[in-house]
Design a protein. Structure first.
Length: 362
């Protein structure tokens, strides 16, 4: 199968070998799927544009189901938007993309995320178990992709690439030139803990959280932008308003492919690995279409397309894809910093208030 062409014939052949067509009706002839559609939420900017250019058209070609892309914020505010809309009888998106923390929050709020029936996703076994979000015996999230919060620099402005996250604290090199996430859920605190406190386990106590936030405060003179959304940092990098910082590894790769002087770096401490899952909205009238899309997403071929075209790491065993070692190295790296998700939930108020006070002093 070509590494750049994803034809309906190839997808049909692969899907049949996996027994997909005997399941949910995935890949029915487009002539039989006329007027079928689904609304899918994802984060805006380069990421959404890439899904619209490479993934959704392949799904529509294979199934005849049209996709309406819905831009969702990359924060918990999307849960609030969904809750209010669903209560009013509207469903803003049939499928949404959520982090593990947001799925747990959605579960606790109730009335937002519908349980997913694994029997209706015959390709689910392709997905590694760590990327399946289960709670109380129910499946609430199916891994869509994995990614890294990465160190990025402008290669035109930064002659010597940093080898450690600690380099960003050097005012002589990076004064008033970095872009960092304003929201604590973007995991910059994990990087601080991994770099200066021996690892993210330090965040499991209030003393460790305070120590990490105090160390983060020392970077204030070097921060030009505390960004609140992916597209804001994207524009700052394009406009040379910042010359480095923390951003998404996959989006940085897309920007570089478009000719922007941006490089994503894996320093000695590593970058934070995370993943997003597809979640099914309560009240959706498009469940059949949603299950077909999730089954499509779980195909190794789809994961390979996403790695090549979007820069995300696969949530299936890479050996099941036809990604070359070089292609895999472009979307994943070592070492990986693993976030203590439960800290951001069980100590949510303390960690958020402590972090926000620090950022407010900027």
């Amino acid at each position: 199968m070509s590494k750049t062409t994803f034809t309906r014939r190839n997808l049909l052949k692969t899907s049949a070998s996996l027994g997909v067509m005997a399941g949910t009706g995935l890949l029915v002839a487009p002539a039989l799927a006329q007027n079928r559609s689904i609304k899918i939420g994802s984060y805006g900017g380069y990421f959404e544009d890439s899904l619209k250019s490479h993934v959704y058209p392949a799904f529509t070609e294979a199934t005849g189901i049209a996709v309406e892309s819905v831009t969702q914020p990359d924060s918990t505010s999307w849960l609030q938007t969904m809750s209010q809309a669903i209560s009013a009888g509207n469903v803003p998106a049939d499928l949404s993309m959520h982090t593990p923390v947001n799925i747990i929050k959605g579960q606790r709020l109730g009335g937002i995320l519908a349980p997913i029936d694994p029997r209706r996703i015959p390709t689910l076994d392709n997905v590694e178990v760590n990327f399946l979000h289960r709670a109380d015996g129910r499946l609430l999230g199916v891994g869509a992709l994995s990614f890294y919060y990465s160190m990025v620099v402008n290669t035109d402005e930064v002659d010597m690439r940093p080898k450690s996250w600690a380099d960003f604290w050097d005012t002589g090199r990076f004064e008033a030139s970095l872009g960092l996430p304003k929201n604590v859920n973007f995991k910059f605190l994990d990087i601080v803990a991994a770099t200066f406190l021996g690892g993210t386990d330090a965040l499991r106590s209030h003393e460790g959280i305070v120590a990490a936030v105090e160390k983060a405060a020392e970077i204030h003179p070097n921060v030009a932008l505390w960004y609140t959304g992916e597209s804001q940092m994207e524009q700052a990098l394009k406009n040379f308003d910042v010359i480095g910082g923390m951003y998404f590894h996959d989006v940085a790769g897309l920007m570089a492919a478009d000719g922007h002087p941006i490089a994503s770096i894996f320093p000695k401490e590593g970058n934070v690995i995370d993943f997003n899952s597809w979640t099914l909205s309560e009240g959706s009238q498009k469940q059949d279409e949603a299950y077909e899309f999730m089954a499509f997403s779980c195909l190794p071929e789809t994961q390979a397309i996403m790695s090549r075209k979007i820069g995300t790491a696969p949530v299936v065993d890479a050996a099941k894809t036809d990604l070359t070692p070089e292609e895999l190295a472009a979307v994943a790296g070592t070492p990986a910093i693993h976030s203590p998700y439960e800290v951001y939930l069980d100590d949510e108020t303390f960690i958020t208030e402590t972090w926000d006070r620090m950022v407010a002093k900027a």
